[in-house]
Design a protein around this ligand. Structure first.
Ligand code: AMP
Length: 360
């Protein structure tokens, strides 16, 4: 696309912390940001020039939003695909496009797509009734993870089955599987979890160094870089990220989460068609961070270098831990707070990064 000049308006669907961090970077590059989200007091809206408070399915509001934005992007993957089509039909480009949403909104579509483009995932099967759950579970040696096909995040909509952790889950899983379409995933006895953050612009695709991720109760707690993996695994992970961005025709940043298996094989867990929590270290350790890269890509600018200058650890601050800010985190190199009202239990409310030392 013809690069947008500073002064143009970037629209963002979604008003959470990712939108807020994107909006701040867009502002630094000289763009006005217009947030579209249903909440009135959203973290992103409070740092942006403009805010449309409307439902994502409000066609008139979407058309009016499209009319005043020069390009539109999104900060979360559950934006209805139809909303993207409405904005595009009104003549405004949405970057990344609908395809990245379509693939990432449904775990079955996502896993099928990943395998088709040569990025293997754990074994899985579709679950439509409580009965098929029992049959499928037996096929995986009586253990696995039941996940809703849509709208799960941070371990929500998931039930671990089998083994010590899954003793009580079967009844709950049968009920869940009767209510909503699910998939059953084989349990991956991974050695570690890593992710790659990819940015694809009009002219090139770049990949940030892989991060190693540590979860607690399904929520990302900490990302450290470099990941403790061999060069071969690192290259394979970067290659998978690049392949995915190109296969989707994705413009902007995406995150790909991978399991490293004991034999060194990589299995994709899930993709996020947006800036990603496990990339929050990038602004502090790299020449150009993920938020600036995403804005550069969607406005048609050349990307910045992704060269990493520091070894780094990023830690999420959850819910009530915000009470410890800033005292508990005084040793951190960077504290980023999301300005969320009310610190609901275990919600991500801020993060810190610590530079361990320069890359040797
Ligand atoms: P998800 O929401 O799918 O990213 O899952 C959250 C976390 O649950 C992952 O980061 C893993 O730690 C764990 N997990 C998810 N799926 C599996 C699986 N098939 N096998 C083992 N652990 C899993």
């Amino acid at each position: 696309m013809t690069p947008l000049a500073p002064g143009a308006t970037v629209g963002i669907l979604g008003g959470g912390q990712l939108g807020r961090l994107l909006a701040l970077e867009a502002a630094k590059l000289g763009f006005d940001v217009h947030i579209f989200c249903p909440e009135s007091d959203a973290p992103a809206a409070r740092v942006s020039a403009l805010h449309t408070k409307a439902n994502y399915r409000d066609e008139d509001a979407l058309k009016a939003f499209a009319a005043v934005c020069d390009v539109v992007t999104y900060e979360f993957e559950n934006v209805p695909v139809e909303s993207v089509h409405t904005i595009e039909s009104a003549g405004t480009m949405v970057r990344p496009g609908a395809k990245s949403l379509e693939v990432s909104q449904d775990r079955l579509v996502e896993k099928t797509f990943l395998n088709e483009i040569g990025i293997p995932t754990v074994d899985y099967c579709t679950i439509e009734t409580g009965e098929s759950l029992d049959v499928a579970l037996a096929g995986f040696g009586s253990h696995g993870i039941l996940k809703t096909r849509r709208e799960g995040y941070d371990g929500k909509g998931q039930i671990m089955l089998g083994g010590a952790r899954g003793k009580d889950g079967l009844e709950a899983a049968r009920t869940l599987a009767k209510d909503v379409p699910c998939i059953l995933e084989d349990f991956a006895p991974f050695e570690r979890e890593i992710s790659v953050i990819v940015v694809r612009g009009d002219a090139e695709t770049l990949v940030f160094d892989a991060a190693e991720n540590h979860h607690e109760s399904g929520i990302l707690r900490r990302s450290s870089v470099p990941a403790q993996i061999s060069d071969g695994i690192r290259k394979a992970a970067h290659h998978a990220g690049q392949t995915l961005a190109e296969a989707l025709g994705h413009i902007g940043v995406l995150g790909l989460e991978l399991f490293v298996m004991p034999d060194g094989k990589l299995l994709a867990n899930e993709l996020a068609p947006r800036v990603h929590n496990s990339g929050h270290w990038t602004p502090d350790a790299c020449d150009t961070g993920q938020f600036e890269q995403h804005i550069r890509a969607v406005v048609g600018w050349p990307l910045g270098p992704v060269t990493r200058r520091f070894d780094v650890v990023m830690e999420n601050i959850l819910g009530p831990e915000i009470a410890g800010v800033p005292a508990d985190y005084s040793g951190a190199d960077r504290l980023v707070s999301y300005g969320k009202r009310g610190a609901a239990d275990r919600r991500k409310v801020a993060h810190v990064t610590r530079r361990i030392g320069p890359v040797q």
